[in-house]
Design a protein around this ligand. Structure first.
Ligand code: BTN
Length: 259
């Protein structure tokens, strides 16, 4: 099999101080989110990574299923204990870490669709799901779940063939999952720790967005907005100018790019 995974292979010589220094590897899991949540509730060290070679009940945003067939994708969850001020930046940190690692390992040029889908040539190659543990007014933990289609033949999977792609679909050759994971964890730590000092993370994320200036349809809770995606604020909120000139601010939701 191209590039088997193990905890040792991921951690060996990894140049991080906490993210990826402890890796829990599962040949098969329901969802790495479930395992990571239990670990976080037990106060596992910050930066613990749960990786699965296959997920039998992988999940995406809005209760959608996420496919992780054996041996062909990356499915991992990272445990963090951020203070509440860092919370809006986690989607930026995660999507930029994915985009940077794809660029570094494959030379491809990923773009981000607000808030955190990573696209190649207009098709989704990676999805990110963040689940937080909240206790009163404080965040007890955050679990960042990342799925990347690496050596998946998306054209052979009817449910996703029109909307999804993989790194091997785009490069025409197998790509090392290990190289992507190690690079991604390193970039994630750099981005996460840089949140202390400056806000270049927001600027890089905003500049990577494919969404701005485009006609979009945004679904947030039960409301649908259509218009031009005008801007994003440093807290990630998207402003859309609708047909009647009104500007609506979308905090969370799904965006479809219109022709
Ligand atoms: C989305 O785009 O809807 C988010 C997809 C997130 C998928 C990842 S794969 C690793 C982790 N485990 C899951 O069950 N989901 C996330």
């Amino acid at each position: 099999m191209v590039g088997s995974l193990s905890a040792e292979l991921i951690t060996a010589g990894l140049k991080t101080s906490f993210i990826g220094q402890r890796v829990l590897y599962y040949p098969s899991a329901t969802s790495t989110m479930d395992i990571a949540r239990v670990e976080a509730q037990k106060n596992s060290p910050e930066g613990t990574v749960v990786v699965a070679d296959e997920q039998t009940a992988g999940r995406g945003r809005a209760q959608r299923a996420w496919l992780t067939p054996k041996g062909s994708s990356i499915a991992l969850s990272v445990i963090l204990y951020p203070d509440v001020r860092r919370l809006p930046y986690l989607i930026m940190v995660a999507s930029l870490a994915v985009a940077r690692s794809i660029r570094a390992v494959t030379g491809l040029k990923p773009q981000i669709k607000w808030p955190n889908d990573v696209l190649l040539n207009g098709k989704k190659v990676s999805g990110i799901l963040i689940e937080n543990g909240i206790c009163g007014n404080t965040i007890s933990y955050a679990v960042i779940g990342i799925g990347v289609n690496v050596n998946l033949n998306c054209s052979g999977i009817p449910e996703i063939s029109q909307i999804a792609t993989s790194l091997s679909d785009e490069t025409g050759k197998p790509v090392s999952r290990l190289a992507i994971i190690r690079n991604m964890l390193t970039e994630m730590e750099k981005l996460y720790t840089s949140l202390n000092s400056q806000n270049t993370v927001f600027e890089e994320w905003r500049d990577s967005l494919i969404t701005l200036g485009k006609r979009v349809k945004a679904t947030s809770a039960d409301t649908v907005y259509e218009g031009i995606a005008e801007s994003v604020a440093p807290d990630g909120i998207l402003s859309i100018r609708t047909g009647n000139g009104e500007v609506v601010r979308v905090v969370a939701g799904d965006v479809t790019l219109r022709e």
